[in-house]
Every structure is written in C-alpha cells, then in structure tokens.
Design a protein around this ligand. Structure first.
Ligand code: AMP
Ligand code: MG
Length: 286
C-alpha cells in the first residue's frame, strides 16, 4: 500500500504525479488510526531488538513545506518508542558557528549511535532547498572559486556519497517528504491564526515562504531525483490527511526494521552455563 510512494532512483519522478491526499485501503480515519496503533506497538518491539543488537541504526529524515505535519507525525509515530534508544535533532537556520563549518558538519556530529533510531527534523537537504531557493550560498563562507556553476549537482553527489557511506556502515537512511497541497497549507495556517493554542506555531516567515511555493516544489523534485537510491530511498508521502501520513510513515519504518532481521543476541554455550552458576549463587544467598 505504501510501496508506490517509494522513490529509489530507478526512474525520475515528477512531484505533481504524486497525490497529496490518499486514504489507502482504509474506509475511514478510525480504521487508519487503528492500524497506526498496531504499527506503533510493532515498532516498539523491533526497537528493543535494534537496541539489544547494538549494530544497525536508523537515520530518519523529515523534510517538508511548512505546516505539512512533520512535528505531529514525529510525535505520534514515535510515541511507543523507548526514549533511551531514540535521538532527535532539529536543524534550523544555521548559527554562526555552523556557518563557519562545511554544510554537513552539524548533521554529521548528530548521527545516531548503533542500536538507536535517529530522527532529523530537517537536515543537510536544506542546503539544496532553502539555500537554493533563496540563493543563500553567499552566507556560507565558500571560497569564490568553489561556488561552482553546478554546485547543486555537486552537493547531490556529496549527499549520495555520504548516505552510501552511512548505509555501508550500518546506518540505514529513510527519507520522508511530507507532500502537502498548497490549499491544505493555507487551511492549516488559518487554523494556526484562529486557534490561540496554535498561534505560537505561526510565523510571518511562513507567509513569505509560501510565495516561493513553486520554486520549492522544483527544488524538492530535483533533490529527490538526484538523491533517491536503493540504499537511501525517498518516500513522497501524501500529507493532506494527517492520519494517513502518520500511518504511511509508521508502515515504512516498520517494514524497514523488519527487513533488518533483528534478533536478540544469543549467548554461547559457555556463557549459558555461566548463567546457571550465577543463578545458583543468587539462590544460595541468605
Ligand atoms: P521550522 O522547522 O519551521 O522551525 O523552521 C526552520 C527554518 O530553518 C526553516 O525555514 C528552514 O528552511 C530553515 N533552515 C534550516 N536549515 C537551513 C539552512 N541550512 N540554511 C538556511 N535556512 C535553514
Ligand atoms: Mg515553520
């Protein structure tokens, strides 16, 4: 049901061919939420094994237009997760310190440890999205001769190589683009303005960014086409219905964890017999 949202570089895609609204095989929201609940439980069990194995980790990247539902999706999908094995980082406008480094510095030092699920709420992809749309290269302290004409292609190449390196070392990248429509973004902005408990989520920058909608769609499409690979696929998730986006994300994470064939570590014979000894020692205690 979610396979059709996977983009893995076999052929190039057009974003407008991907629906922003879908309800899959579900009759209604309730049915979808039920399945989401089941997935949350399964993910939680798989996470225990991931942690116990201490070998693989997941790097889950969320990218989207404003109000597409990144925060709510993260909050809901990971609600069954043991915080001990979970790491989340938000990447916003870079600080001065960050701008004094290369663009993947801040994300590289935030990579999940083995056994962990790591989430990036935005990522190094901003450096081929907002930086491209708003022409922010001049803020990045690059030497003049390194501001290549084909810099975005070069960055896509950097990113593919970085993700291959991660994958080949046991960090499994999963990348979600929450695909919301311009109309639904408007509805959600209006809701944020009208509902006092949501006012804090609204910023004037949101209106400013909305003017660049088409440029962003182009930048996303180009980035997705150049960085979708078998080892680090993109998923273009219909996000107009929040419940469906959450379900789809949970399904993909569940399937990815299942594909890793995770198992609790098994003890060898000597270790097992040692356990017997320890048991006797404990039982003999007065
Ligand atoms: P939000 O996720 O709504 O809190 O907003 C964070 C903002 O930071 C977004 O508008 C991003 O586009 C922006 N941002 C993230 N990374 C970068 C970057 N490397 N350069 C410029 N702006 C960025
Ligand atoms: Mg925002």
């Amino acid at each position: 049901m979610v396979g059709k949202y996977r983009v893995d570089g076999k052929k190039s895609i057009k974003l407008k061919d991907f629906p922003t609204a879908d309800k899959g095989i579900f009759k209604n929201k309730e049915e979808g939420l039920l399945k989401l609940g089941e997935n949350i439980e399964i993910i939680s069990e798989l996470q225990n094994k991931l942690y116990a194995e201490d070998t693989y980790s997941l790097l889950i990247i969320f990218q989207a237009m404003d109000a597409a539902g990144k925060d709510g999706t993260i909050k809901h999908v990971f609600s069954g997760i043991n915080p001990q094995g979970f790491q989340i980082f938000n990447f916003k406008q870079p600080s001065r310190e960050e701008l004094d480094h290369t663009y993947m510095w801040r994300t590289s030092k935030s990579m999940p440890e083995r056994g962990r699920i790591g989430v990036f709420n935005r990522s190094y992809y901003e450096d081929v999205l907002v930086v491209r749309v708003h022409n922010l290269l001049s803020t990045q302290h690059l030497p003049k001769e390194k501001q290549y004409k084909d810099i975005w292609k070069r960055r896509f190449h950097n990113i593919r190589e970085q993700e291959r390196y991660l994958f080949e070392n046991g960090v499994i990248p999963i990348k979600f683009f929450l695909n919301v429509s311009k109309e639904v973004q408007k509805e959600r902005f209006l809701e944020r303005i009208e509902d006092p408990s949501k006012n804090w989520k609204f910023s004037s920058a949101d209106i400013e960014e909305r003017k660049y909608w088409d440029d962003y769609q182009d930048a996303y499409e180009d980035a997705i086409n150049h960085t979708s690979t078998s080892y680090a696929p993109w998923y273009v998730i219909p996000a107009d219905k929040k419940w469906f986006a959450k379900f789809a994300v949970s399904e993909i994470i569940k399937e990815t964890l299942e594909s890793l064939n995770l198992k609790y570590p098994e003890l060898n014979k000597t270790q097992k017999s040692e356990l017997k000894n320890y048991k006797e020692i404990l039982l003999k205690e007065k």
